[in-house]
Design a protein. Structure first.
Lengths: 304, 248
């Protein structure tokens, strides 16, 4: 690795160490919960872009995995130790992603988008059906002995992991393979890339982070039902944050998540009844004005 | 003679009721340059797609060096040493020329990735005349340069068999002369080359042997001069598409 790469890794580690100390100084619960929201969407958007950034497969299945993670905590939170809950969520997310990935990654373009959205709805309906017919209670209380600070640190660790993983993958053959797939899948197979393996692998890694984020976030709600855990708006917000920042770059999704979480917080606090309308407006403005993301704007500026 | 490099045996491909390739048999030896000719719609590109695995055969067999490759996925065929260019040029537009070639180097057993791949990619770019454009985005290249880049990417696979689908179309006379010299030098290195081409000057200059297709079937196979004088071939061209024949 070059000296510049080492410097970048060092700087990244220093920033995360500083962020880890942040809760010590944050006195207010409100600010801490805002920081947790930023981190949650930071993890989701970065995990989304881990797969969708280079391959350009637009997925709306984020909340399918996130919700499964949240439900794992709700169901197993009192039965298993915390590490066991996370391991179970990880296993479930990976198994689901493998099945879905193998079955669907032959689809491309708009068909994949629609399928991924359908998947999220399907999982939501399945969980609802189970709760109505088997447990006969639609909501669940999440009793886990976890503090807000624990949630903050765990999300921060997930964010560090997902960014480090993407930085590592970018340097390998796998990273090159994903970029070639994103450019032209026909060329990809004709230069010897096993596109199915590459896509399913990355889709699964990405889903693993989403599932864990859901598991970690569940205790914060204390009460969940399918319409909370599987809210489609989570998928859409993740997507728009990654697009705003620029899904093709390592830090792009984060760059989109920070301002948008703050903006959505502001909008939902001041205009609770019109939030959905404003959200739609924000989506359209972003797609029209920054189609290549903030990173893309900056790169075009800096190019002579 | 040992087993040919490429052997197509009674290969058939249908699209619904249309038989695009009908029991096609042909062979290419190492170091041999075979022209695959025929009027538009005669099944030439489909035949190429069957060899590269982009389409599955509905009948017959294709073998590379005696090893059956029909039925394998495209990426496995590519790794075994079959490289191709596309009729409608396909470059990785958002990536640099160097990365385009690096993509060809990275995924086969004789390939390379990272620092050692850069030098090899650069020398391949120089071979096709793009040495100074390595850092340029491939999408910014002219059409002709994109074709050169596509060839460099195909060569990065270190192929034994090269499929060129109208690679010489659209070149000006100087570029055509360079292109012909380049392809000849590849053949001299021992590559087997199957060439779909409408530029007859190039066919005469390059191909020792030609296979002519019409409506999915092979209608002639032999030394270029004899094949092109064959009345059946002349009728296929003149009888079905006047413009094509005038062009030829």
């Amino acid at each position: 690795m070059s000296r510049r790469t080492w410097a970048a890794w060092g700087a990244g580690a220093a920033v995360f160490a500083a962020l880890a100390l942040l809760p010590r100084w944050i006195g207010s619960d409100y600010l801490l919960s805002l920081a947790i929201s930023v981190l949650m969407y930071g993890v989701l958007a970065s995990a989304w872009a881990l797969f969708s950034g280079p391959t350009r497969y637009v997925s709306l299945a984020t909340v399918a995995f996130f919700g499964v993670g949240a439900y794992t905590t709700a169901v197993l939170g009192e039965v298993l130790p915390w590490a066991g809950v996370l391991a179970a969520a990880l296993a479930l997310g990976v198994a689901m992603a493998l099945v879905v990935g193998l079955a669907t990654l032959r689809l491309s373009g708009v068909y994949f988008v629609i399928f991924s959205f359908g998947l999220a709805e399907l999982v939501k309906q399945l969980v609802t059906w189970w709760e109505v017919n088997v447990t006969q209670e639609i909501g669940r209380y999440v009793f886990v002995d976890i503090t807000q600070q624990d949630i903050y640190w765990q999300l921060l660790a997930l964010l560090a992991l997902v960014l480090a993983l993407r930085a590592l993958i970018d340097r390998t053959r796998l990273g090159l393979a994903l970029r070639v797939i994103g450019e032209d899948e026909t060329v990809a197979v004709h230069v010897g890339i096993d596109t199915t393996v590459a896509k399913v692998l990355l889709f699964t890694l990405s889903a693993a982070f989403m599932t864990l984020a859901g598991a970690v976030m569940a205790p914060r709600w204390t009460y969940i039902d399918p319409s909370i855990a599987f809210a489609p708006v989570i998928s859409f917000q993740t997507l728009i944050m990654a697009l705003l920042g620029g899904a093709g770059a390592l830090l792009g999704p984060l760059l989109g998540a920070v301002p948008l979480v703050l903006l959505f917080e502001l909008l939902s606090a001041h205009f609770p009844n019109h939030f959905s309308i404003l959200l739609g407006g924000v989506f359209m403005v972003i797609v029209y004005l920054v189609p290549r993301g903030l990173i893309g704007l900056w790169r075009r500026r800096s190019r002579p | 003679m040992s087993a040919p490099l490429l052997q197509m045996n009674e290969v058939t491909r249908r699209f619904g009721g249309l038989v695009a390739v009908d029991r096609l048999s042909l062979a290419v030896q190492p170091g041999e340059l075979v022209g695959l000719l025929g009027p538009n719609g005669s099944g030439k590109t489909t035949a190429m797609n069957l060899v590269s695995g982009a389409l599955a055969c509905h009948g017959g067999q294709i073998a590379l060096d005696g090893r059956r490759i029909s039925g394998l996925a495209s990426h496995r065929i590519a790794r075994l040493g079959v490289a191709r260019t596309f009729q409608l040029v396909r470059v990785l537009g958002g990536m640099s020329c160097l990365d385009n070639v690096a993509a060809g180097l990275a995924f086969h057993p004789r390939g390379a990735h990272g620092a050692q791949a850069r030098a090899r990619a650069q020398s391949l770019l120089e071979r096709v005349g793009l040495g100074t454009q390595a850092a340029l985005e491939a999408g910014a290249l002219t059409y002709i340069d994109q074709k050169r880049l596509e060839l460099a990417r195909a060569l990065a696979l270190a192929p034994r068999l090269l499929l060129l689908d109208e690679w010489l179309a659209g070149l000006n006379p100087t570029e055509l002369r360079q292109g012909i010299a380049l392809i000849r030098s590849l053949r001299d290195e021992g590559l087997g080359i199957l060439l779909v081409e409408h530029v007859m000057d190039a066919v005469h200059a390059l191909c020792t042997r030609c296979v002519v297709m019409n409506a999915g079937r092979k209608i002639a196979d032999g030394p270029t001069r004899e094949v092109l004088a064959d009345p059946l071939v002349v009728r296929a061209y003149l009888g079905e598409d006047d413009e094509e024949a005038a062009h030829a």
